[in-house]
Design a protein around this ligand. Structure first.
Ligand SMILES: [Zn+2]
Length: 336
């Protein structure tokens, strides 16, 4: 489905009077330009003057929270949730969120402009490769190599940096003498690619020159709790201390309990026509209820609607360009 209309704010450049509305951003390095606010900072830390966690309400012990997950390339932070909530999100719905296939596919579409982020998202992802007639499924390691896997016939597929160590350990387990192992390893090093070489003691090796691997994309899709959390935190930036109001109680509960089913009822997933190197958060105003849009890599759009809550604030948009590092805040003054 192609998203129309509501996406406009991410590109809109209109004359907004943000001088009053964005007081909360005041202590950030700002370069003002006609109609919008331009912020250039590697990390954009927003101030929070209250002492309670916006999720569980506990007092004190607040920690720095990345509003768009850092693992996605997010830089907007605010110290407004407690360490316990922060780590519970980190080990809960945010754990492995960057491996969501839709997110990685969108980043892959931008790999030329965002090579590092694309690589970072792929770490830990599962890949499949064909070895003769057998399929090997392996996870991409931090060092950029696919891990070790065992094929159905009992043979091992080992990445090159691990090969010597693996061979040595296999041969040691078989009680082969050190000098024989040394000879075998030399034979392995000299072995031509693509040929089977018998190293003795039942160890046969083959160096694979190339074995194209493709992601299996079998990891879970992105939890709706991720865009819901982002929208809730963005709402906190807009309403300040009112985020502690009872009206937000049910939203806080959904986040605290990490209730995916209830989050699902508030979040709709759409797609724009093509990826673009930005993440964005928009408060689109009240469409019966407060409506937000969260965008990842320009392409993935999540509409978040807060049940039974309207927010008395003009529409506002935050955009983070992933290619240039620029952050933009657009704030409509009054009616959109
Ligand atoms: Zn908390």
């Amino acid at each position: 489905m192609v998203v129309k209309g509501p996406l406009q704010p991410f590109r809109a450049v209109a004359c907004f009077d943000f001088s009053v509305r964005f007081r909360r951003l005041k202590n950030i390095t700002l370069l003002t330009m006609p109609g919008c606010l331009r912020i250039r900072e590697v990390s954009m830390k927003l101030p929070w003057k209250h002492s309670h966690c916006i999720v569980c309400g506990v007092s004190g012990g607040l920690s720095i929270e990345h509003i768009i997950p850092e693992s996605f390339g997010g830089v907007l932070t605010c110290c407004f949730i407690c360490r316990r909530c922060n780590s519970s999100f980190g080990s809960g719905f945010e754990a492995g969120a960057r491996l969501a296939p839709e997110l990685r596919k969108a980043a892959f579409g931008l790999r030329n402009s965002l090579p590092e982020l694309n690589d970072k998202l792929e770490r830990g992802g599962e890949y499949k490769s064909l070895f003769e007639d057998q399929i090997s499924k392996r996870k991409l390691r931090k060092d950029g190599h696919l891990g070790i896997s065992e094929l159905k016939d009992g043979s091992l597929i080992v990445p090159e940096p691990d090969a010597l160590g693996q061979l040595k350990s296999i041969m040691q387990k078989r009680g082969i003498s050190d000098s024989e192992i040394k000879n075998a390893l030399t034979m392995w090093e000299d072995a031509p690619a693509g040929h089977r070489v018998d190293l003795g003691a039942g160890v046969i090796v083959k160096k694979w020159q190339e074995h194209p691997s493709t992601p299996t994309y079998t990891e879970p899709s992105l939890s709706p709790l991720v865009p819901l959390k982002i929208a809730f935190e963005f709402a906190a930036l807009l309403v300040g201390g009112l985020i502690y109001d009872d009206a937000f109680g049910s939203l806080r509960d959904v986040l605290r309990k990490q209730d995916r089913n209830l989050a699902d009822e508030m979040v709709t997933h759409n797609r724009a026509s093509k990826p673009d190197a930005f993440h964005g958060i928009a408060f689109e105003g009240n469409h019966e209820v407060a409506q937000f849009q969260v965008r990842f890599f320009g392409l993935l759009a999540y509409t978040v609607r807060f049940p039974k809550i309207a927010i008395d604030h003009p529409p506002a948009v935050y955009t983070h360009r992933l290619d240039t590092g620029d952050d933009w805040v657009h704030l409509a003054d009054g009616a959109d």
